[in-house]
Design a protein around this ligand. Structure first.
Ligand code: 8DG
Ligand code: MG
Ligand code: MG
Length: 129
């Protein structure tokens, strides 16, 4: 229902780095279909950015993270997408709580190709924000 009302929504996306790699997945069945993006999701009522980032990572990848820090923010209107959308997105960075824990792709309908990608050789195309 929210998507039908024309209001901006708040997204939270997390740069999770492991060595010189970053965790990205190929988006499926939503805005930015078939582009690589960071794990993340929608800010829920009452949440801090850090709580949201940690929750979305857990839901989407099973990973536990710590040392969550704010990095930057974008303001993007997706005019071309099937349903026009407007996101203010908070970008965080985080570290793995356990460097030996690896991800699981827990939302395969929304994401494929989840993996650690070389920071110096990022996959294409990247999700715009
Ligand atoms: P939820 O139901 O789990 O809350 O949402 P989601 O299905 O996980 O939402 P999402 O699309 O992954 O993220 C919410 C929005 O955040 C997305 O539609 C647009 C915005 N967003 C960006 N950049 C990025 C990014 O790099 N990764 C993710 N996941 N979302 C991003 O603007
Ligand atoms: Mg999610
Ligand atoms: Mg998501």
């Amino acid at each position: 229902a929210n998507a039908m009302e024309k209001v901006p929504r708040v997204g939270v996306a997390v740069f999770l780095l492991r060595g010189k790699t970053v965790l990205l997945g190929l988006r499926r069945n939503s805005i930015g279909d078939s582009t690589y993006a960071l794990p993340g999701g929608h800010l829920e009522f009452g949440e801090s950015f850090e709580e949201c980032g940690a929750r979305e990572l857990k839901e989407e990848t099973g990973l536990d993270v710590e040392k969550i820090e704010f990095l930057t923010v974008t303001n993007k209107v997706f005019k071309e997408s099937p349903k026009p959308a407007h996101y203010v997105t908070i970008f965080l960075r985080a570290a793995l709580s356990d460097p030996l824990q690896d991800f699981q792709n827990l939302e395969p309908d929304k994401c494929s190709g989840l993996g650690w990608y070389d920071w110096d050789n990022l996959p294409k195309p990247l999700f715009w924000p």
